[in-house]
Structures are given as structure tokens and as C-alpha cells.
Design a binder for this molecule. Structure first.
Ligand SMILES: [Zn+2]
Length: 158
């Protein structure tokens, strides 16, 4: 028997579960230190704080990728193990190439894990901002609500 199509709400719940599972999978594949770092966006309550968090995360990742003395100045991305698109080079030039990869600068091959982490932190910050805003909205009393509804009905704006 064919399953009835999901409602929009069911579809959203399913997608949220899928995203959560994917994040758990990504975090399971990362070294613990990086997984914890990418989950540390919980204090971001504004877009500005999310961007500061993003820059700090990149600095910490950059610090772990520093090439050993005497080694090549190219490194693979510590998060996604990515490399430049050039078939002749392995890794990104350190520090500029790796930084451009992590920041997703214009022509750089953007790090998919850092990109997803940035989006997650920004979404979280904007949600936190929206919740803070709602908390400070004046409460509408039941009487006030009745008056508003009556006024809308009178004015024909229902
Ligand atoms: Zn990467």
C-alpha cells in the first residue's frame, strides 16, 4: 500500500531529523577537538557574535594546520581534508590558501564543513535574537485582544 504524502509539517520534521543525523555523522568523522569547536556556537546571540565566533574558529583551525618546519608550505584542510583544484598540487598554500578555503572567499574552493558550520551558527544566532525579541514584546491581555478583534471586525479587516 502506498504511503500517503507527507504534510508540510511532517516533511519539515523529517528534514530536521535528517539534518540532525547528518550533523552527528559529520561530527563523528571529525577529531573530537574540531567537533567540539564547531558545536561551540551556543553563546552567539547576534549576527555579530556569530561572525566573531566564525573568525575565532578559523583561527583555531589554522593554528592546528601549521606546516612542520622544513615541510612543504601546502596543507590539506584539517576539517574536510580538501585540497586545491590544481591537479599538480596537494593541499592549500599555508596560510593564505587554507584561510581562503575556510572563509569561502570569492574564487576559493570553499570548505563544505566550515560553510555548514557558519550557516548553523548564523541561524542559531538569528533564532536566539528572535526569541529575545519575542520575550520583550509587551504581553497582550485577553481584554486587549478582545478589543483588537472587535475593532478589526468593525473595520472589516479580518
Ligand atoms: Zn575544508
Amino acid at each position: 500500500m502506498k504511503r500517503p504524502p507527507r504534510t508540510s509539517e511532517e516533511e519539515i520534521v523529517k528534514l530536521q531529523q535528517d539534518v540532525r543525523l547528518l550533523w552527528e555523522s559529520v561530527e563523528a568523522l571529525l577529531p573530537e577537538e574540531f567537533a567540539a569547536l564547531l558545536k561551540s556556537y551556543g553563546d552567539c546571540g547576534t549576527l555579530g557574535e556569530a561572525m566573531v565566533w566564525h573568525d575565532k574558529v578559523i583561527e583555531k583551525i589554522m593554528a592546528t594546520a601549521e606546516p612542520r618546519e622544513g615541510a612543504s608550505n601546502r596543507v590539506r584542510c584539517p576539517l574536510c581534508k580538501g585540497s586545491s583544484t590544481s591537479p599538480y598540487d596537494d593541499g592549500f598554500v599555508y596560510p593564505g590558501g587554507l584561510r581562503r578555503h575556510l572563509e569561502g572567499e570569492a574564487n576559493a574552493r570553499e570548505c563544505p564543513i566550515m560553510r555548514a558550520s557558519r550557516i548553523r551558527a548564523v541561524d542559531y544566532a538569528l533564532d536566539a535574537r528572535a526569541q529575545e525579541f519575542r520575550r520583550h514584546l509587551p504581553r497582550v491581555t485577553a481584554d486587549e485582544n478582545k478589543r483588537r478583534l472587535a475593532r478589526r471586525k468593525r473595520e472589516g479587516a479580518t
